[in-house]
Write a protein that binds this ligand. Structure first.
Ligand SMILES: Cc1ncc(COP(=O)(O)O)c(C=O)c1O
Length: 464
């Protein structure tokens, strides 16, 4: 398959961007002197340089060059209430002013209340807090390996569980030799990881059954996102989730749901509750903390107790685990989402639906076929997430990252790179083609997004 060449258009877009952002450009030159590639998270470091943000409020961020940018990235999808929402900011300001914001090195009432709330809302028995999604999934895998005495773990191709040892195989799509999602993505890992991590295809029951038939007795855990984030904004089919539960129970394998994105995103709790399937362990972060670095591993008491005294799993340390400001944010967010669930979630779902269809229509109106993933299914009534793809065939059905990330199936360079830069020139920020809705977004913002997509589509179409 011959891929489209966008290099000339991209060079033009980047040139225009560089001209209208002298201050961010200057900061990039300074950043490069002290930070690798100028920052600390690859996704934020778009080329030729990222917009450096000076202010953030609600649906918008303002960059150093004074552009007020409509933001659909929203803090890596954490900011369900938008940037710096007053509900959260008020509680944090009050906490800090009262001397309850920095780490004390003690535990307190707030931690107890946050744990009570998380367990009640997610239907889990025990929780331990940490500071990032990657640490949470790493500890969950450690608990599974320790409790089963097995080495192998199973994950889904395209599944992103953070930069931790067992999650760094099978993340990116590799076309050569049809290896697809079988690569170890980083140097520096123990060799055993390549053998210990088995990669299966999302929403593929036959492959899952086959792997369990061959390796079931050796597999400590199956870690899976019921809603795939970076893998393409795809919901697991309910039958797939039920099968995963059944196979894990039959083979004595720990089922881990990575709910770092899905937790509190679709209702005030775990998405597993909507599927009616209870994992053994689950991880939460992002929306739960509304923009503060707080994460959790929660699950069955019998498994979680391995993290405790005498349990043998060193799910310990963490100078900032259970950090007061993180706990305050998590308690405030969870309580707010529960109290206002009836207003928040249906509205977010309606905005999500409107976004997906409006963006598809905008590209279609200029003769470009775009398809958005992120639609709910029969168990998750609606969704506030959207990812744009440009499939070469209109009838393409998206079930797994093998569909969304294969450059022979979709114009991946267009959705990942060209659209991002073209929309940024319209003062709209997207990642992976689009992103997440928050309560600060309005119908008017979506009109603006659609108009920006039409203008971007016109430029793209003219360059093909
Ligand atoms: C599903 C999922 N799990 C884990 C992580 C890692 O979380 P963090 O970036 O907080 O380490 C991410 C991050 O995007 C994620 O999307």
């Amino acid at each position: 398959m011959k891929h489209r060449d966008h290099s000339r258009l991209l060079a033009d877009l980047r040139g225009e961007y560089a001209r209208r952002n002298p201050r961010s450009s200057e900061l990039q030159a300074r950043a490069l002197r002290h930070m690798v590639d100028g920052g600390s998270h690859t996704l934020r470091l778009l080329e030729p340089f990222p917009p450096r943000i000076a202010e953030a409020a609600g649906a918008f961020v303002t960059d150093e060059d004074g552009h007020r940018i409509l933001d659909f990235w929203q803090g890596h999808y954490a900011n369900l209430l938008g940037h710096n929402p007053p509900e959260l900011l008020g509680a944090l300001q009050e906490g800090l002013a009262a001397g309850r914001g920095l780490q004390t090195g003690f535990t307190d009432r707030l931690q107890v209340e946050t744990a009570e709330l998380l367990c009640r809302l997610t239907g889990t028995e025990r929780v331990r807090f940490t500071t990032s999604g990657a640490l949470a999934t790493m500890y969950a895998v450690l608990l599974a390996r320790a409790s089963t005495g097995r080495d192998r773990i199973m994950k889904v191709g395209g599944g992103w569980h953070g930069a931790q040892p067992w999650a760094l195989k099978g993340v990116d799509f590799h076309g050569e030799n049809h290896s697809q999602f079988q690569h170890v993505e980083t140097k520096g890992l123990p060799q055993a990881i390549a053998r210990e991590v088995l990669v299966t295809r999302f929403n593929d029951p036959e492959m899952l059954e086959g792997l369990f038939r061959r390796h079931g007795g050796e597999v400590a855990c199956f870690i899976v996102e019921p809603f795939m984030g970076a893998g393409g904004f795809l919901f697991a089919e309910p039958e797939y989730i039920a099968l995963a539960r059944e196979l894990c129970t039959r083979h004595g394998t720990v089922l881990i749901f990575d709910e770092v994105i899905s937790g509190f995103r679709f209702h005030p709790g775990a998405v597993s509750q909507l599927y009616g399937v209870q994992p053994d362990l689950a991880t939460f972060a992002k929306a739960m903390g509304g923009g503060m670095p707080v994460a959790a591993v929660a699950g069955r008491a019998e498994l979680m107790k391995m993290a405790g005294r005498g349990g043998g799993v060193k799910f310990s340390g963490g100078t900032y685990s259970g950090h007061p400001a993180g706990m305050l944010a998590a308690r405030t967010m969870m309580a707010h989402l529960e109290t206002h669930a009836r207003q928040i979630y249906p509205r977010l779902a309606a905005l999500g639906e409107h976004t997906r269809r409006a963006v598809e229509a905008a590209f279609a109106s200029e003769g470009l076929h775009a398809a958005c993933t992120g639609d709910g299914n029969r168990v998750v009534p609606g969704s506030s997430l959207a990812m744009v793809h440009f499939p070469y065939r209109e009838a393409t059905r998206f079930r797994s990252p093998e569909d969304t990330h294969n450059p022979d199936v979709c114009d991946v360079a267009l959705s990942e790179t060209v659209v991002q830069m073209a929309l940024l020139l319209e003062d709209v920020f997207v990642v992976h083609g689009l992103g997440s809705l928050c309560t600060a977004h309005t119908e008017e913002h979506l009109e603006r997004l659609a108009e920006a997509c039409r203008r971007a589509a016109r430029r793209i179409k003219a360059s093909l």
